[in-house]
Ligand binder design. Structure first.
Ligand code: HEC
Ligand code: HEC
Ligand code: HEC
Length: 126
């Protein structure tokens, strides 16, 4: 092997390892909050696809533990409007504002059921 091919192989191996590590390091399934209200969705996948780095959220906004934030009494809209939690970005400049598009975050109880059923609506009850 020449130095060149060795380098190319090394870079390829590295990026492969990094790709696998990123895919495996956050949960694929969305986190759905249920306190104080049910059915608020956060998806790592859609946020990662926007190119947001882990530490944009995991340095001071959120811990790496699903639904930890909802244990805090201030995990409410008022905090978001003041730029806390999701509101650090959902402020109308980095991402759509927290006082708009309610239903994009609030998928509700029916929305949560759809996720649990793998994207299908349960027709039995209708
Ligand atoms: C846009 C914000 C955001 C970004 C970017 C982000 N996360 Fe998260 N992450 C969250 C939120 C919100 C939670 C849930 C925390 C909570 O509910 O208190 C979470 C939770 C987690 C958890 C815990 C999951 C569980 O089931 O307990 C892990 C692990 C994690 N993130 C890893 C990552 C990694 C690795 C990256 C980068 C590839 C990343 N996150 C990028 C917002 C983000
Ligand atoms: C680090 C910045 C950042 C934080 C923190 C953040 N978001 Fe986002 N979010 C974005 C960006 C950027 C987009 C895509 C741009 C847009 O649609 O305005 C987005 C899009 C979304 C969407 C639409 C796409 C989808 O996933 O369906 C939802 C819903 C959403 N965010 C919910 C949340 C919730 C809930 C939280 C808090 C738990 C949160 N976000 C925290 C940056 C952030
Ligand atoms: C960026 C995502 C996002 C958007 C947009 C959003 N919310 Fe929320 N909302 C949350 C989160 C996160 C919580 C706290 C977790 C929970 O209650 O499950 C919450 C909680 C709430 C609560 C209960 C706590 C409180 O503040 O009283 C109400 C009511 C509410 N939202 C109404 C709204 C309305 C109305 C809109 C649109 C004008 C809206 N939300 C838009 C993410 C969002």
């Amino acid at each position: 092997m020449t130095i060149r091919t060795l380098l190319i192989t090394a870079v390829a191996a590295l990026s492969l390892a990094a790709g696998v590590a990123i895919a495996a390091s956050y949960p694929e399934a969305p986190i759905i909050y249920d306190k104080p209200v049910k059915g608020v969705i956060f998806s790592h996948k859609t946020h990662a696809e926007k190119g947001l780095a882990c530490d944009m959220c995991h340095n001071h906004l959120f811990e790496q533990q699903a639904k930890k934030a909802q244990q805090n009494v201030d995990f409410v809209m008022d905090s978001l409007y003041k730029g806390k939690y999701c509101g650090a970005c959902h402020n109308g400049s980095l991402a759509f504002a927290s006082n708009t598009r309610c239903a994009t975050c609030h998928i509700g109880v029916k929305g949560e059921e759809r996720y649990k059923n793998g994207g299908k609506t349960d027709k039995k009850g209708h």
